[in-house]
Ligand binder design. Structure first.
Ligand SMILES: [Fe+2]
Length: 158
C-alpha cells in the first residue's frame, strides 16, 4: 500500500465492537490482554491483515490467523506513533544508516528488529511454535512457506 495512504489510514484508525466480538471468540484472556497493548492503528492493521486472510483465502486455521493478529506485537516495546513509523520506513530504505541510528533512537531499534521481538512476545504469551515461526519470518526476503507468503501479501495490502 502507498506509504502516504498508510500514514493517513493509521491516523484515522478505529476499532469497533464487532472487532472485539471477533477477537473474544478467537483469543484467550492472555492473548487479548497483549493485543490490547498495541496502539490503535496497529490493532486495526493486525485485524485487517487477519480479515484479509479469511476473506481472500478462506483461512480458518488458527495458527496463521493468530500469527496475523500478533505479527507486529514486538512494536509494543517502544512507543511507535504513525509519524515515527513513517520515519522508520524511510530510514529502512538505507539499511546502513538505519543500523547506525538504532543506537540513538530506541524506537528504530524496536522497529527494525520487530520480527525478533514479536516472536519473543508470542513465546511469552504462550503461543505455539508454528505461530512463533511465522511471526519471526514475516519479513523474510525469501519466505520459506505458503503461509508466510500469504501473510506478507495481507500485510502489504493493509
Ligand atoms: Fe511487520
Amino acid at each position: 500500500m502507498d506509504r502516504i495512504k498508510q500514514y493517513f489510514k493509521a491516523k484515522r484508525a478505529k476499532i469497533y465492537e464487532k472487532d472485539y466480538k471477533f477477537l473474544m471468540n478467537f483469543l484467550n484472556d492472555k492473548e487479548l490482554e497483549y493485543f490490547k497493548k498495541l496502539p490503535v492503528y496497529e490493532k486495526r492493521h493486525s485485524l485487517d491483515v487477519c480479515y484479509y486472510l479469511i476473506d481472500k483465502y478462506g483461512i480458518k486455521e488458527h495458527d496463521l490467523l493468530k500469527a496475523a493478529i500478533f505479527h507486529d506485537i514486538g512494536k509494543i516495546k517502544a512507543e511507535i506513533t504513525p509519524f515515527k513509523k513513517a520515519i522508520a520506513v524511510i530510514f529502512n530504505k538505507f539499511p546502513l544508516l538505519a543500523n547506525f541510528l538504532e543506537r540513538y533512537f530506541y524506537f528504530l531499534k524496536i522497529y527494525n528488529n520487530h520480527t525478533e521481538y514479536s516472536a519473543q512476545i508470542c513465546k511469552e504469551i504462550g503461543l505455539n511454535e508454528r505461530i512463533i515461526d511465522i511471526v519471526k519470518h514475516h519479513h523474510d526476503k525469501i519466505p520459506k512457506d505458503e503461509d508466510i507468503i500469504k501473510l506478507q501479501e495481507a500485510d502489504e495490502r493493509n
